[in-house]
Design a protein around this ligand. Structure first.
Ligand code: CAA
Length: 241
């Protein structure tokens, strides 16, 4: 039977590419999304991948959503914690809402999503947890104290949980994308992109969502069973951790 994979934020941006690549690799995929019903419906029509709506910053919503997916598709073998938002602002202008919004969605979601599937993975002696962190959790980014803190926290989460999961056949890894050509990056002002970002990417271009999706497919595979607690950078050479 096909392994079951859940991708949070799986109907848009990098998440959509991950969902499609996992489906192409033979997984039974479920994509969660938070709010954009129109994009989710279009994604479902185009790909045949079922979509589930809930807020990853809410523990009870995550537990209920995962229960529904397990009832529909079976136990979760692969969890891709991809959902994330930005609320960029220079720190002297950052509000508590901008701080808490990003920490809740990008960092607290890791507990909310992973905790409900963890015991099942332990019992079945197999699991893959893949967390989509960011280059900006590694190098820090002006205008993103909230996002950089959450994404750095994600790497700590991965390293701790990898130690706990190892004997139970569960690998836990992070991928740190650089600047990928998604709506999130296109929202950056063009002059900021041109002046502060593009000149510092040695390969000379933004990344493609599919380039991150292929990393996920590899880390989810049986071939990657000896890789755990690692951070796989895919950033065009912009930062070498
Ligand atoms: N690095 C260094 N300095 C920067 C900077 C950067 N990336 N971006 C802006 N600055 C500087 C500006 O040049 C400016 O300096 P001066 O006053 O000396 O000219 C100062 O910081 C203030 O910048 P702004 O005028 O742009 O301030 P603002 O309040 O209008 O905007 C901002 C602030 C929204 C944070 C804006 O600067 C911005 O969008 N910066 C980019 C932040 C970024 O890289 N976000 C990544 C989003 S994509 C993502 O998160 C995905 C991922 O994982 C990679």
């Amino acid at each position: 039977m096909a392994k079951v994979a859940v991708v949070t934020g799986g109907s848009r941006g990098i998440g959509a590419a991950i969902s499609k690549a996992l489906k192409a690799a033979g997984y039974s995929v479920a994509a969660s999304y938070a709010g954009n019903d129109e994009a989710a419906a279009k994604f479902k029509d185009e790909t045949g991948i079922p979509v589930y709506k809930w807020d990853v910053s809410n523990y009870d919503a995550c537990a209920a959503g995962l229960k529904q997916i397990e009832a529909d598709l079976g136990p979760v073998d692969v969890l891709v914690n991809n959902a994330g938002i930005t609320k960029d602002a220079m720190f002297h202008r950052m509000t508590p809402d901008q701080w808490n919004g990003v920490i809740n969605t990008n960092l607290n979601s890791l507990f909310n999503m992973t905790r409900p599937v963890w015991e099942g993975m332990r019992n079945r002696k197999f699991g893959r947890i893949i967390c989509i962190s960011s280059i900006n959790g590694q190098k820090g980014q002006a205008g993103q104290a909230n996002y950089s803190a959450a994404k750095a926290g994600e790497i700590g989460f991965v390293k701790a949980l990898a130690q706990e999961g190892a004997r139970a056949g569960i690998t836990v890894n992070a991928i740190t994308p650089g600047y990928i050509g998604t709506e999130m990056v296109r929202a950056i002002a063009q002059d900021v992109l041109d002046k502060h970002i593009l000149p510092f990417i040695p390969v000379g271009r933004l990344g493609e969502p599919e380039e991150i999706a292929r990393c996920v497919v590899f880390l989810a595979s049986d071939d990657a069973g000896f890789i755990t607690g690692s951070t796989l950078s895919a950033n065009g050479g912009q930062y070498m951790a």
